[in-house]
Design a protein around this ligand. Sequence first.
Ligand SMILES: NC(=O)c1ccc[n+]([C@@H]2O[C@H](COP(=O)([O-])OP(=O)(O)OC[C@H]3O[C@@H](n4cnc5c(N)ncnc54)[C@H](O)[C@@H]3O)[C@@H](O)[C@H]2O)c1
Length: 401
Amino acid sequence: MSLGIRINGDQMRTARNRPPDSALRGDAPPPTPVRAVVVGAGTIAGASHMPAVQALRDRVAVVGVVDVDDGRARDFAARWSVPVHGTDLRDVLGRCAPDLAIVCAPPAQHRELVTQCLDAGVDVWCEKPAGISLADLDAMSRHERPGGPYVSFVAQHRFGAGARRLREHLLSGELGRPLVALCNTMWFRPPEYFDVPWRGRWATEGGGPTLGHGIHQIDLALSLLGDWTEVRAMTGTLDRAIEVEDVSMAVVRLESGAMLSVVCSLLSPREESYLRFDLTDATVELSHVYGYDNHSWTWAPAPHVTDSERVRSWPPTDPGPSGHAAQLAHVLDRLTTGERPESSGTDARRTLELVTAIYRSARTGLPVRRTDLTTDDPFYHSLSGEHPGGTSMTTTSEGEG
Ligand SMILES: NC(=O)c1ccc[n+]([C@@H]2O[C@H](COP(=O)([O-])OP(=O)(O)OC[C@H]3O[C@@H](n4cnc5c(N)ncnc54)[C@H](O)[C@@H]3O)[C@@H](O)[C@H]2O)c1
C-alpha cells in the first residue's frame, strides 16, 4: 500500500496502511504490510530490529537495507532476504518507496540520515540516542510535518506491561504521590568494546554511558515521573581509555517535587538495570539488565495500606515484555493513524535535556536548570561543551568528564 516517496507527508498519511472500510467489514484481504528500510546493517539491526520485524511480519516487511559498507549491506540482505540493498540512502529510498525507515547507524549519523528520510516523506524510527546534542534533535524535528512524517526514537523499556501499568497508576494516583526514585544503570563494557571506531569519542558517540546506555533507564524514569527542574552531577573516566566518561552520578529535582538519583556506569561487573519508585502508598522496583518481563517488577505496599485485594490488583495482568517488538507495534499503530508516536518531539527531548544537563553540571561544577539549556549554550551543541568553533564552558578543576 505504499504510495511512494512524497515531499508532502500529509498526502501519504491519509491513506497509508489504513485498512479500507471493506477490510474492516471482513470481505477483503488484510492491509498490505508497512514497507520498511533498515539504515545501518550492524549489530543492533540484526540482533534486535530484525527479530522485532519478524515477530510482526503480518504488519511490516523490510524491503531495503542501506549501509556505507557495501559488504555489510549485501550480507544483511542475503541473511534476511531483503530484496534491495545499497550504500546510498537516497538511491535505496528511491528504489524501495518505503513507509518507514529504521535508522541503526552510529549516533553522529542520525541527524543527516533522519533528515533525508523525513524530507522524502518517510516516517523514521531511529535508534537511541536522539542525536548527539539538542541541536541535532531540534534540527531533525524541524523536518517533521503536522500529521507526519515523524521521527521517534528507540526507547524499548517504556513499552513493557510493567511500565505501562505503573504509568496508569501514577496518572490515577492509585499508589499515592511519588517522592523518591533511583535510576541505576550498572553495566559492564570491557576495554575491547571501545575498539569499534565510533565508540568512546565525543565527535562520534557523543558521550559515554549517560548518553549511550543509562539513557534507557533515564527515559523510562522520566516517562513515568514527568518533567525535571534541576540537576547536580559529576562524571569520571576512571578505567577505560576513552575520551568520554565511563561513570556518571546525578541528583535530580522533579517538577512534582520528588527527587531522583541517576547512576550510569560501564564499570560494574555484576550488571543490573535498577529503578525504584517510592510513593506515599507503595514501593515499586524494577530489576533486570537489558530487558524485563513482569517477574522483573515488585510492588510492595506501605505499612498503612492493608487492603490486600487492592495490593493484588497493582501488577499488570498481560504478559508484555519490554523490547523492540513492543515499541515497533506502537510505531506501526501510530503510522496507521497518522498520530505522533511516543518517544518523539518534546517527549524525546525531555530525556536528552536531562542527559545534556548532567554533562553540563559535571563539566561546570554548577547546578543546571532546564532554562539554562538555551541555543547559545555550548552544551546545546555538544555534550563535551566544546562546540567546534565555539567556547568551552569547563570551569571545574576535576577534568574527569
Ligand atoms: N536500543 C538498544 O538497546 C541499542 C543497543 C545497541 C546499540 N544501539 C544503538 O544503535 C546504533 C548502532 O549501534 P550498533 O551497535 O548496531 O553499531 P554498529 O557499529 O554495529 O553498526 C552500525 C552500522 O551503521 C553503518 N553506518 C555507518 N554510517 C552509516 C551511514 N551514514 N549510512 C548507513 N549506514 C551507516 C556501519 O557501517 C555499521 O554497519 C547506535 O545509535 C547505538 O547507540 C541501541
